[in-house]
Write a protein that binds this ligand. Structure first.
Ligand code: F7E
Length: 354
C-alpha cells in the first residue's frame, strides 16, 4: 500500500522538491498552502507548477500552520504516515521586523503539529520531520554538529530553536517519532528571490543581458555552507525511514563567503571582479571594463549577523548513508543556467517532470 505524506510549506522551495521526490516514490502527497488574497488561490503553486507536479496523487489544502483546530481536523482527515513540517517564515532578515509572527509561525506552528498528533492519539502511527536550521547555532564557532551549543542571533533562530526543543520534548515525553533535520543553507533555482544566492544568480544573468544598475548587497564577509536543496530533501525522507527518531545535521561541509559566491558567479559568465574601497564604500568592479557591478547598501545589514556556518554532517553520512551530491561550483552553474532559462522561457529544461 502506498504511504501518505503531509507537507506543510509545500509551496516553498523544499516543499516542492520533497513533493516531487515523494511522488516519485509512489506516495500520496497532501500539502498545506496558505490563502493569498492578493493573487489567485494557491499562488504558491508556482514552484509546484515549475516542477510540473500535476500528479493525481497530489492534493493541496488551503490552511495555515497557526490555525491549530483546522490543522488538527486536517491531519485527522488525511491520516498521514509521515508529516514534514516545512512551513515557516524563513527569511532571517524579515524576522527582525516581524518577530512576533515569526515565533507564532515557526514555534507555535510546530507545537500545533505536535499537539495535533498527540491529541488524535497518532503517536504510534505518524512520523514527523521538523525543519530545524543551522541558524540555531548562531554565534557558535564552526564546524557545527548535533553536539554544538546553540546561540541563535535572530528571532528566526530563536523560534526555530524553541521548535527544535519542543520536538525533542514531545519525543521523550510522549514517544512521538519526531526527527529534527538541522539543515544548513540549501539553494536552488526555486529559492525565493530575496535570498542572497538567487539574488546574485539573477543579477549575473541580467548583467549578461545588459543590466546597467549595480547590484546592492549587504554583508559580503558572512560565511555560509551552501548545498543544493534537491539533495537535502532526500535526507529529510531518510530521517523518517530509521528505526528511531533522532536529530541530524545536513550540510555540504564547505563554507564560502558571500564575496566568494559573487566572484564565482560572475566568473561563470567570464567576468572578473575587482574589489575596491572598504566598508559601506566598497564596490565590485568589472576588472576589464571598469564598470561598477556591486555596491553596498547598509540597509541590507542585519541588526545581528551569524558570521560563520560550516556543518559537519558525518552523523547523517554514517547513520542515514546521506551525502550531498552537488558541489559549490555545480550549484552556481545550475542556478545561473536556470536563471537564463527562466528569463527566456519562464522555466527551464533541467527541472524534472514529477
Ligand atoms: O543570507 C548575507 C546575509 O538570506 C545569507 C534561510 O534559508 O539559511 C537561510 O538563511 C548571507 C547572510 O540566508 C545580502 O547577511 C549579504 O549572512 O541568503 P540569506 P540566511 O540568512 O543564511 C538558513 C539555514 C535558514 O534556515 C533560513 O531559513 O548573505 N547577505 N547581502 C545578504 N542576504 C540577503 N538575503 N540579501 C542580501 O542582499
Amino acid at each position: 500500500m502506498s504511504k501518505t505524506a503531509f507537507i506543510t510549506g509545500i509551496a516553498g522551495q523544499d516543499g516542492a522538491y520533497l513533493a516531487q521526490f515523494l511522488l516519485g516514490k509512489g506516495y500520496k502527497v497532501h500539502g498545506l498552502v496558505r490563502w493569498d488574497s492578493a493573487s489567485e488561490p494557491y499562488e504558491g503553486r508556482s514552484r509546484i507548477n515549475a516542477l510540473r507536479l500535476n500528479s493525481q496523487n497530489l492534493t493541496l489544502h488551503m490552511g495555515d500552520i497557526t490555525d491549530a483546530n483546522a490543522l488538527t481536523a486536517l491531519i485527522k482527515k488525511i491520516k498521514p504516515n509521515e508529516i514534514y513540517n516545512l512551513a515557516a517564515l524563513s527569511q532571517v532578515h524579515v524576522s527582525f521586523q516581524t518577530p512576533a509572527s515569526t515565533l507564532d509561525i515557526n514555534t507555535n506552528g510546530t507545537l500545533n503539529i505536535l499537539e495535533a498528533v498527540r491529541i488524535l492519539g497518532l503517536e504510534k502511527s505518524v512520523r514527523i520531520y521538523q525543519a530545524s536550521s543551522s541558524e540555531m547555532f548562531g554565534s557558535t564557532p564552526p564546524p557545527q554538529n548535533e553536539h554544538s551549543s546553540m546561540m541563535p542571533c535572530s528571532p528566526y533562530g530563536v523560534a526555530k530553536l524553541a521548535a527544535y526543543h519542543l520536538a525533542r520534548t514531545y519525543r521523550e515525553a510522549y514517544g512521538l517519532f519526531v526527527s529534527n533535520g538541522i539543515l544548513f543553507n540549501h539553494e536552488s533555482p526555486l529559492r525565493g528571490e530575496d535570498f542572497v544566492t538567487r539574488k546574485i544568480a539573477r543579477a549575473v544573468v541580467e548583467f549578461e543581458q545588459g543590466r546597467t544598475e549595480p547590484l546592492k548587497l549587504g554583508n559580503l564577509d558572512a560565511m555560509r555552507d551552501w548545498g543544493f536543496a534537491e539533495d537535502f530533501v532526500k535526507g529529510m525522507w531518510l530521517m523518517l525511514q530509521q528505526k528511531m527518531a533522532d536529530d541530524f545535521v545536513l550540510s555540504s561541509g564547505e563554507a564560502h563567503s558571500v564575496r566568494t559566491f559573487v566572484e564565482r558567479a560572475f566568473s561563470y559568465i567570464g567576468v572578473e571582479i575587482d574589489w575596491q574601497g572598504e566598508g559601506e564604500s566598497e564596490q565590485g568592479i568589472d576588472a576589464q571594463s571598469g564598470r561598477v557591478l556591486i555596491t553596498i547598501d547598509a540597509q541590507l545589514f542585519r541588526p545581528l549577523e551569524v558570521n560563520y556556518l560550516l556543518g559537519d554532517a558525518s552523523k547523517a553520512a554514517k547513520t542515514l548513508g546521506w551525502a550531498p551530491e552537488t558541489d559549490f561550483e555545480t550549484l552556481i552553474g545550475l542556478m545561473i543556467n536556470e536563471e537564463r532559462n527562466i528569463s527566456q522561457n519562464g522555466s527551464g529544461p533541467w527541472l524534472k517532470a514529477g
